[in-house]
Design a protein around this ligand. Structure first.
Ligand code: MTE
Ligand code: CO
Length: 427
């Protein structure tokens, strides 16, 4: 079709020419100029001279070897052994929001167990009409839902209370993952067992426990159990990995990771909390006045710059720089993230990659022009309840210095002119 016939061809060609020119201009700031001949451009490379792997080489793929450092890591001195321990998601090296299962942090109290679907049973007992036992195949016959949620261990950032401690976003903020879960609402199973939905359920609880030796028992108020808890058996489209609770785990959106019971084997409807070890001596917060706050379930809004950060230094000179990070809130959706380059004195609004989704990670970007000078990088999240992520000083005023869990304070990275970054604290 000729330009004359369409009537707009000329202007379209002109537009394309303009776009090409603009593109070249923008690129010249970042892409290397081809001054000397580049063999990668001018010479035929080995990978273009033969065949690659056949389709039968990798029935189930792993990341290419060049990405071999994008892995979970643990901090050896943190725990006495590896079965009651934790490792951390390499958030400094990931982008987008979905955490691949293969590098999503693990937290076990007695190791990751191996439980076949055929051997799996879920018991629902207590204050219900008909106590039930479900097999895996039974669970697959209830209507399913899909939801993306983050899971954050209450201990995430817990080592940072007393001062800047660990040098990397992976270690300071990597006890978090964000996956798309497929499962059956807990509500559906409670209805199936004849829980009296018309009755007064305000004083009712569920006690949930896992099939592992630790059992990790937790009490959950009935209102939450009926609201959005999920009995999940798939994550990111495939079966849960062993370490995340295969074949079935509980998902408790927005609430501390400890409640997300893996290898879930029993749900008991009770008329009060059990006050188990995991909800009394552990996962409670000692406040400034020395008194422990009984239960902090929802994870407050929090964010962190993932790059640049100590494990992800700037490797180029001044000019265009992408600052990026993650934000989340256990009480709702992220509405705004601000970034500071001067330790919190001035702030710029970051761009959210997508509008925030409830109780899921939100990716933010600040596309900036770096003048090569030192930065004190911070990010500050806001959620749809109007809550603003606090500074470390603000948090310490309420929580004192003896806390371990639920540290959602603003993080600071000192980024030097050579691009290297370090975990620091500003007062
Ligand atoms: N469930 C069982 N059965 N056993 C456990 O040790 N650890 C809990 C929770 N559920 C645990 C468990 C803790 S403290 C957290 S933070 C999350 O699982 C971690 O889930 P993940 O290992 O999938 O990251
Ligand atoms: Co935990």
């Amino acid at each position: 079709m000729s330009d004359n016939k369409t009537g707009n061809g000329t202007s379209r060609r002109a537009f394309l020419r303009g776009a090409a020119a603009a593109g070249a201009g923008a690129l010249s700031a970042t892409a290397a100029k081809a001054q000397s001949p580049d063999p990668l451009i001018t010479e035929l490379q080995p990978w273009a001279q033969g065949f690659g792997d056949g389709v039968d080489a990798t029935p189930y793929g792993l990341p290419i070897e060049f990405e071999g450092d994008v892995i979970r890591r643990n901090v050896e001195w943190l725990t006495a052994d590896t079965v009651s321990s934790i490792n951390f998601t390499p958030i400094h090296a990931l982008d987008g929001t979905i955490t691949p299962q293969g590098c999503a942090f693990e937290r076990h109290h007695s190791g990751a167990i191996e439980l076949r679907k055929e051997d799996y049973r879920l018991m629902l007992n207590g204050l219900v009409d008909t106590p039930l036992v479900f097999s895996y195949a039974d669970l697959e016959r209830f209507p399913r839902e899909n939801h993306v949620y983050f899971c954050e261990c209450a201990a995430n950032t817990g080592m940072e209370w007393a001062g800047a401690q660990l040098n990397g976003a992976q270690f300071t903020h990597g006890m978090i993952h964000n996956m798309e879960y497929t499962g059956v609402p807990l509500r559906t199973l409670l209805e199936e067992a004849g829980l009296d939905m018309a009755g007064d359920l305000s004083d009712k609880w569920v006690y949930v426990e896992g099939a592992d030796a630790s059992s990790n028992g937790r009490s959950i108020p009935m209102e939450k159990a009926l609201d959005d808890c999920l009995i999940a058996f798939k994550a990111n489209g495939e079966a849960l990995r062993k370490e995340h609770g295969y074949p079935v785990r509980l998902v408790v959106p927005g609430w501390e990771g400890n409640m997300w019971v893996k290898w879930i084997r029993r749900i008991e409807v009770t008329d009060g909390p059990i006050e188990s070890r995991e909800e009394t001596s552990k996962y409670t917060d000692v406040l400034e006045n020395g008194i422990a706050r009984k239960w902090t379930w929802a994870m407050d809004a929090k964010s962190v710059v993932t790059s640049p950060s100590p494990q992800a230094p700037i490797t180029h000179g001044k000019g265009p720089l992408v600052i990026t990070g993650l934000a989340w809130s256990g009480r709702g959706a992220i509405t705004r993230v601000d970034v500071s380059k001067d330790g919190g004195m001035t702030w710029e609004s970051a761009r959210l990659a997508k509008p925030g989704e409830k109780m899921a990670l939100t990716r933010f970007y600040l596309d900036t022009d770096w003048d090569g000078s030192e930065m004190m990088l911070q990010s500050r999240a806001m959620d749809d309840t109007g809550y603003i992520q606090p500074t470390k000083t603000q948090l310490r005023e309420v929580r004192g210095l003896n806390s371990i869990y639920h540290n959602n304070c603003i993080q600071t990275w000192l980024v030097r002119s050579n691009g290297e970054a370090e975990n620091v604290e500003v007062s």
